[in-house]
Design a protein around this ligand. Structure first.
Ligand code: ADP
Ligand code: MG
Length: 300
């Protein structure tokens, strides 16, 4: 199967007074059908912006997003948008408090005139069952549910239009650790069952390890390192990846050695950087790093 979501040099700059804020600065990847690509990095590195660009909630200032092989800047944009549905960190904010769960699930079908009207409630009930909620949930309101249950509703809503991709922006970060695994396992089961691909945004390496086939590490809006999960998380090559991993506890002492101490701050996103974005924090920094922007190249 081919790529369902491709980012080609995707860039998003925002005007910030006289300066330019480089939220996302040249990110490329291909997400394969039915697979999971995790995007990981510190707060402010551009993950949510990249998610909105990929879910076609916002247009890039340069570069392109392709969904199911079609350029999202073209006339198919609206249709392609339906193929990439978002799940957000905070299910409290993303569900309408005055709408029953049933109505919340039916709404995307109604708005997009999917299927016969009479069949929509049944579809919503089937989806409730699929995400592990009881039939009674249909007539209840968001405040009657726990955080984990609400996130199940948000996932159910995202799946109502049978998208090929779900972009999940920190989907378990607001949940208790004990509930996180349940929601993550649900997402994996749904992927096996339905063949959905996930663009999975997280700052949490252990969550990424559990979910992703491929990993993209972002730093200051730019890709630092990308590849298979095992390559990136078990054999990190970029000093930033090692630093990120160092902040995650490891069981395996052999891996702990590859880690470097965390120090310094990321550069200001409004400061133009001719060289490597990581230069100010890198233990291996050389003069050249401040002058030239290193390009990603394939290894092995
Ligand atoms: P992350 O999700 O990794 O924490 P974000 O994508 O939210 O990062 O933000 C990346 C940078 O872009 C931050 O400096 C943020 O302040 C800025 N930013 C995000 N959205 C906007 C916006 N709509 N307008 C201006 N700046 C933004
Ligand atoms: Mg974010």
């Amino acid at each position: 199967m081919g790529a369902v979501l491709e980012a080609v040099d995707v860039t998003r700059h925002y005007p910030a007074g006289r300066a330019t804020l480089r939220a996302v600065d040249g990110v490329s990847f291909a997400l394969q059908a039915g697979s999971t690509l995790a995007v990981v990095g510190e707060s402010g590195c551009g993950k949510s912006t990249l998610a909105r660009l990929c879910a076609l909630q916002e247009a890039p200032t340069a570069g392109s997003v392709r969904i199911a092989g079609q350029d999202a800047a073209g006339p198919a944009r609206r249709t392609l948008q339906l193929q990439n549905q978002m799940v957000f960190q905070n299910p409290y904010g993303s569900l309408n408090p005055r709408r029953t769960i049933g109505d919340t699930l039916i709404e995307p079908l109604t708005v997009n005139r999917r299927g016969p009207r009479a069949g929509r409630a049944a579809e919503a009930r089937r989806m409730l069952d699929r995400v592990g909620l009881r039939p009674e949930a249909f007539d209840r309101y968001p405040h009657q549910f726990s955080g984990g249950q609400r996130q199940r509703v948000a996932i159910a809503r995202a799946l109502m239009l049978s998208p090929q991709v779900v972009t999940a922006d920190e989907p378990v970060s607001a949940l208790d650790v004990s509930v996180q695994a349940q929601v993550l396992n649900l997402m994996r089961d749904l992927q096996d069952e339905l063949g959905i691909a996930y663009l999975f945004i997280s700052h949490d390496i252990s969550v990424v390890r559990h979910m992703a086939r491929d990993v993209l590490v972002m730093y200051a809006g730019r890709p630092a390192e990308q590849g298979s999960r095992d390559a990136v998380l078990n054999h990190p090559r970029h000093p930033y990846t090692r630093m990120l991993l160092a902040s995650t506890p490891f069981v395996d002492p052999a891996r702990r050695q590859a880690a470097l101490p965390v120090r310094g701050e990321p550069p200001s996103p409004t400061q133009p950087l001719p060289g490597c974005a990581f230069a100010s924090r890198c233990p291996y920094v050389a003069d050249r790093c401040r002058a030239e922007r290193p390009l990603l190249r394939p290894v092995d």
